[in-house]
Design a binder for this molecule. Structure first.
Ligand code: DOR
Ligand code: ZN
Ligand code: ZN
Length: 429
């Protein structure tokens, strides 16, 4: 940490960082005395929705939520309506998002049905390809793991990561079939930590055979699968992983209060898992902290049985305050938090010129007050999803502002920029 630094921003980029006074005439001076400036956060796992799901969240509300949450770049998941699984559906998103975004946005795709489309999607600028191992999704259909060999090779040949939601389809479908009216226990059995472990095992075994594949494991929730990932890394395989704040800070005990509202996929786990995830953070097995922002209406989250209710929580506006509070509690250092939320994401997803405060880098800067106290109040979210499992959570560490591409987007609760200030990104070299 350095005190009393002057930052000169020109054409959206940091052109000087100095402890001396900048004598050059400038258009605008912003004094952030007493506050801490960290690299703008990069959230690699966000469901911005939009298009036909805009009633849940749209590009303006989602990216404004990101801005208030201190996130300057978000990468958006393809399970939308229409789903992103071709150049055509990718372009629909680009056009819809472009005029609306308050922060930088990049898009993932599903593996397309026609594998020849992979190349074209890469040229358009996708950041990676997402695979749900346990659910049948739009795009490329696979029955067995072996069916993924060909697309994995094509994607990896271009140096892009494959993002996996690792859970076993057989387990999910069998439990669901046998327990059509099942409750919370059936949900947990269908999406168990064992199922995640097995899926991680199978995928890492596959990597040992086709070495060049770059796999990113989404929202790891089990300490055993994290250990497997550590082993794969030690062998030199190209794997990375993320954990979410809800898996780090809540456990299955939270269901007592949250009820069906608390359902998320992967589910909240045992305390042993939670402790294992923290050990993974400390030992740098975990590469990223990501929100898995999954906005739904409150009604969708509380009506219907466990198989129909929508799972997941909005997370853009809670990630950083929650994690700053963890820094204040001594659970991780500020530099580790920065590594997990900006440096590592930029490196793994090849987001060039971002993720660090350096001369020549884009001025994506998050301003925080580490000492200010908060009580989380979802009714004030900018997200359309105005609910949270962290409602009423108290802590210390508040987001005070965000600069994106050199522009102040939010300062002290005020919106200072217009939608469109964010850029639509493509992976860099
Ligand atoms: O809980 C979840 N919600 N898990 C997923 O994998 C998808 C996500 C969503 O899109 O709502
Ligand atoms: Zn997922
Ligand atoms: Zn997700």
């Amino acid at each position: 940490m350095i005190d009393d630094v002057e930052v000169l921003i020109e054409d959206g980029k940091i052109s000087r960082l100095t402890k001396l006074k900048i004598d050059k005439p400038v258009d605008n001076v912003i004094d952030l005395k007493g506050l801490l400036v960290i690299p703008g956060l990069i959230d690699v796992h966000v469901h911005l929705r939009g298009l036909n799901l805009a009633y849940k969240e749209d590009y303006d509300t989602g990216t404004l939520a990101a801005a208030f949450g201190g996130l300057s770049t978000v990468l958006d998941m393809p399970n939308t309506e229409p789903a992103t699984e071709s150049v055509e559906t990718f372009k629909l998103k680009v056009e819809a998002a472009k005029p609306k975004v308050y922060v930088n946005v990049g898009f993932y795709s599903f593996i397309p049905e026609r594998l020849s489309e992979i190349r074209r999607l890469i040229v358009e600028g996708v950041f990676g390809f997402k695979v749900f191992m346990h659910r049948v999704m739009p795009g490329y259909r696979f029955a067995v793991l072996e069916d993924l060999r060909e697309p994995f090779k094509l994607i990896s040949g271009a140096g892009l990561p494959i993002l996996v939601h690792a859970e076993k389809r057989e387990v999910y479908e069998a439990v669901k079939r046998e327990n059509p009216d099942g409750g919370l226990e059936a949900f947990e059995a269908a999406l168990s930590d064992h199922s995640e472990n097995e899926s991680v095992d199978e995928l890492t075994a596959m990597l040992r055979k086709i070495k060049q594949v770059k796999l990113h494991f989404c929202h790891i929730s089990s300490h055993v699968s994290l250990r497997r990932i550590a082993e794969a890394k030690a062998e030199g395989l190209s794997v990375s992983c993320e954990v979410t704040p809800h898996h780090l800070l809540l456990s299955k005990r939270s269901y007592e209060n949250l009820g069906i509202y608390g359902l998320v996929d992967p589910p909240l786990r045992s305390e042993a898992c939670v402790e294992g995830l923290w050990a993974g953070v400390r030992q740098s097995v975990v590469d990223c902290i990501a929100s898995d922002h999954a906005p739904h209406t409150l009604e969708e989250k509380t009506t219907g049985g466990v198989w129909n209710v929508k799972t997941g929580f909005p997370g853009l506006e809670t990630l950083l305050p929650l994690m700053l509070d963890c820094v204040n509690r001594g659970w991780l250092s500020l530099s580790k938090l920065i590594r997990l939320t900006s440096q590592n994401p930029a490196k793994i997803f090849r987001i060039a010129g971002r993720g660090s405060i350096e001369v020549g880098y884009w001025a994506d800067l998050t301003v925080v007050d580490l000492n200010e106290e908060f009580i989380l109040d979802p009714s004030r979210f900018k997200s359309k999803a105005k609910h949270s499992p962290f409602k009423g959570w108290r802590g210390r560490g508040v987001v005070k502002g965000l600069f994106v591409n050199g522009e102040p987007v939010v300062l002290n609760g005020e919106v200072l920029s217009r939608p469109g200030v964010g850029k639509l990104l493509k992976p860099g070299v």
